[in-house]
Write a protein that binds this ligand. Structure first.
Ligand code: ATP
Ligand code: LTN
Length: 339
């Protein structure tokens, strides 16, 4: 058990990241983000959150949403996030996030939020529900990061604009009120892969794809994973080699490399003279073996709700202690009375 004071005093750099519990997490989420989260735990003071406040910016069905939140939390533990090493919690259980977000909203310009490409995309896709939360999403994300005085934030390309805005807000608050926040930097991990759709390798693998054969879910059964890889779109060359115009094979090589640690040259040598059938089977099997222990741990965790509850309550208490310190400081700086 990490002591509260130790959480604060560690000299390691602070990493903060979060993931929305908005559906089935995919192999793309795993290889592109979550696998790195687990790998960073020894070198950094890591803080990870299930961003359920962010998820309600699009309509969620309450019973299903509750299940997704707990499943996403269990999945973080199943992929190897260790609550003894890292702080892991559910965002809505730490009220300071919403409180700081309000103060940040009052220090963020309408024009800045209007320029966010994710807002433009999502408001076009959910035209019947362009709510204020969807608009203010980036200032809540800034609150997440700034509450923990994070030094580094691992994010994919899609979140870089939001992180830029978090930095702008931090710098602005530091200038107006003096020494409020650490200005966070993006963290580009050493390992990491951009996983493309198995059906259309020109676009990224996404859990919101209508075609379930386009993505592999982290919790997919082995037979489903094998089927999806066997059906993966390739080309007519029948040569396992990285190259232009070979998006499908490039993607499968990227996945195989990320999962096995083999270089592209090794992979090419391994499949010299073999057909795509053999290669797809090998990629499928490697993915199955990588995901198998995760699914087993996940199943065990989901059977032990009491354990999960202890971990997220404990995480929320520790997060709230750290976040509370920052929030109190900012409330004083803004001029609010001491509670
Ligand atoms: P959606 O399909 O609804 O757009 P998503 O699958 O892209 O969602 P996010 O919740 O936006 O998932 O992303 C969570 C994290 O996973 C981000 O850091 C993102 O960069 C990463 N990620 C998502 N998809 C991929 C992918 N195909 N390859 C690599 N990283 C990915
Ligand atoms: N918006 C992010 C999830 C997220 C996040 C954060 C990421 C919420 N708060 C703070 C990094 C830091 C997403 O949808 N991927």
């Amino acid at each position: 058990m990490i002591e509260m004071e130790n959480v604060q005093q560690e000299s390691k750099k602070v990493i903060f990241s979060a993931i929305q519990p908005s559906g089935t997490l995919t192999l793309g989420n795993y290889l592109g983000a979550l696998k790195n989260w687990a790998a960073l735990q020894d070198e950094f003071n890591c803080i990870y959150s299930v961003a359920d406040l962010h998820a309600i910016t699009v309509r969620q069905e309450p019973a299903k949403f509750r299940k997704q939140i707990i499943e996403t939390f269990a999945l973080l533990l199943a992929i190897g996030i260790d609550p003894q090493k890292s702080l892991v919690f559910i965002q809505s259980q730490v009220s300071q996030h919403a409180e700081l977000a309000w103060i940040l909203n009052c220090n963020t310009q309408f024009g800045e939020l209007s320029r966010m490409t994710q807002f433009k995309d999502k408001s076009a896709r959910h035209a019947d529900n362009v709510n204020v939360g969807l608009f203010a999403y980036p200032s809540l994300m800034a609150a997440d990061i700034l509450l923990y005085q994070a030094d580094l934030v691992p994010v994919g390309a899609d979140q870089k604009q939001h992180l830029e805005l978090s930095r702008d807000i931090a710098i602005r608050m530091n200038n107006v009120y003096g020494n409020c926040f650490t200005v966070p930097e993006p963290y580009i991990p050493k390992i990491g892969a951009r996983v493309m759709s198995l059906q259309d390798p020109s676009k990224k693998m996404s859990k919101s794809d209508d075609n379930i054969n386009a993505y592999v879910a982290i919790l997919d059964k082995p037979e489903d994973i094998m089927r999806k890889f066997k059906r993966a779109v390739t080309d007519s060359e029948a040569c396992v080699k990285y190259g232009e115009g070979k998006d499908g094979i490039n993607n499968l090589m990227g996945i195989y490399s990320a999962v096995t640690g083999k270089s592209y040259d090794d992979i090419q040598a391994e499949f010299e003279g073999k057909g795509y059938g053999d290669f797809k089977t090998a990629v499928g099997e490697a993915v199955v073996e990588q995901l198998r222990p995760i699914r087993e741990r996940f199943d065990n965790l989901m059977k032990d709700k009491a354990y999960l509850e202890t971990i997220y309550h404990d995480g929320a208490a520790k997060a709230s202690y750290i976040a509370g310190k920052t929030l109190n400081k900012i409330q004083r700086k803004v001029g609010f009375l001491k509670r």
